[in-house]
Write a protein that binds this ligand. Structure first.
Ligand code: MN
Length: 415
């Protein structure tokens, strides 16, 4: 499959990708777009120009500041919409490429648009599905000989997070303050977090699920998944440590989480499927699944200093998940909980086996005992004021097509 658009070989946005997002310009209000190479396709313009005929989408669905209306139409229509855009960009399809004045209207340089929050997220759930991450945290905070809690290999453990503070890439976040207990012999104090961390995660966005009281099986799950984003689940470790027993994370997590602006569809990731780990002990029947439900997406994290010096501190991969998305969605709904269109279900921190692949500073600096040296010679145990954290993700299909996510960036402001 080749496009008539010139796409750089290292672009995340190949013709095989076609992710969805929301963009605006100085003259155009926020609307639905797809990325291709270094351009954005304006889907409102395509609709107005008649290129989206015979598809179940109205102009209002595309002239909209969130993807929720198109996500609400379900898997089939979204698949048809993406296929249509992909077809119009193929070099063997003359329809759009031959009409220069239409091309000028419907394709804009990515560098000239502002990316917006892609989805109005109703509910956000955060899993804890990477075994190495759960082991690392268990070893540091509990018992190195029993790092995993007894339930961990029997269910995808999760908590209900906060949707209101999920922000799009490029949105700065202020260092949170709260209760800390730096000296375990003394009472807690109030103050700015000293142990501010990132969590390298990916999240998936759901189509509308089933009514309350019904369940979604692992076999049905992928029909309810629209696509994936990069996700930085910022964490204040000192606030988290003091507050989390017995009901789990609260203020240590709810001050902000950052998502990438482009949602890569599950269809686009099909060529990146890989087998998951052998699950032992055997899971309960409702968590069994068929086929390859894991995905090979290489992930990277950079810390960028206020002076602009970037250092890659982690290289991980989405395939390091113990529990896959089918199992997460089946578990989430097994008690009858409904999911709605635009819900966000995140993976939990994704850590691989070796130190270079850990997905948080907590693990990389091993609770602050191993400071990380950055390219400018400075060191970090956690994230400093003015630092930016940039996460990237990309998979390459057997045909050599890059299916990438772009990046998610966030800067921490002083309290
Ligand atoms: Mn998390």
């Amino acid at each position: 499959m080749k496009s008539w658009i010139d796409i750089a070989p290292d672009s995340d946005f190949s013709l095989a990708n076609i992710p969805f997002g929301i963009f605006k310009t100085e003259v155009n209000t926020a609307r639905v777009g797809c990325a291709i190479g270094d351009r954005v396709v304006d889907l409102k313009a395509l609709h107005v120009l008649g290129y989206l005929e015979n598809l179940p989408f109205e102009l209002a669905d595309l002239d909209c500041a969130s993807l929720n209306p198109i996500i609400a139409r379900g898997k089939g229509p979204c698949r048809e919409l993406r296929s249509r855009v992909q077809k119009l960009l193929r070099s063997d399809v003359p329809d759009l490429q031959r009409k220069e004045h239409h091309v000028a209207q419907a394709l804009l340089p990515l560098a000239e648009v502002t990316m917006c929050m892609p989805v109005e997220i109703g509910d956000y759930t955060d899993f804890y599905s990477s075994e190495q991450h759960a082991r690392n945290v268990g070893m540091m905070f509990r018992d190195p000989d029993n790092a995993l809690l007894p339930n961990w290999k029997h269910m995808p453990v999760a908590y209900h997070g906060r949707a209101s503070s999920v922000v799009v890439s490029g949105t700065p976040l202020r260092r949170p303050a709260g209760q800390l207990r730096p000296d375990p012999e003394q009472p807690p104090i109030y103050g700015a977090s000293r142990l501010l961390d990132f969590e390298l995660e990916m999240g998936f966005i759901t189509h509308p699920g089933k009514p309350l009281g019904e369940t979604i099986s692992t076999a049905e799950a992928e029909a309810f998944i629209f696509g994936l984003v990069l996700f930085n689940d910022w964490s204040a470790r000192d606030i988290q440590k003091w507050e989390y027993v017995p009901l789990g994370p609260f203020l240590g997590k709810n001050f902000g989480s950052s998502i990438s602006p482009w949602v890569v569809t599950l269809d686009a990731l099909n060529g990146l499927r890989v087998p998951g780990p052998n699950q032992d002990p055997k899971v309960l029947p409702y968590l069994e699944y068929e086929g390859n439900g894991h995905y090979n997406v290489a992930l990277e994290v950079d810390i960028v200093t206020p002076e602009g010096v970037a250092t890659t501190v982690s290289r991980s991969n989405l395939r390091h998940m113990y529990w896959n998305m089918q199992q997460q969605l089946a578990h989430h709904t097994v008690g009858g909980c409904n999911v709605r269109g635009g819900d966000l279900l995140a993976s939990g921190t994704i850590s691989g086996d070796d130190e270079g692949s850990y997905g948080s500073m907590l693990e990389i600096s091993w609770r602050g005992t191993k400071p990380v040296e950055l390219a400018d010679g400075s060191t970090r145990k956690f994230i400093a004021d003015g630092d930016s954290v940039v996460m990237r993700g990309c998979g390459v299909s057997a045909e050599g097509e890059r299916i990438g996510f772009g990046e998610v960036e966030g800067t921490i402001l002083a309290h």
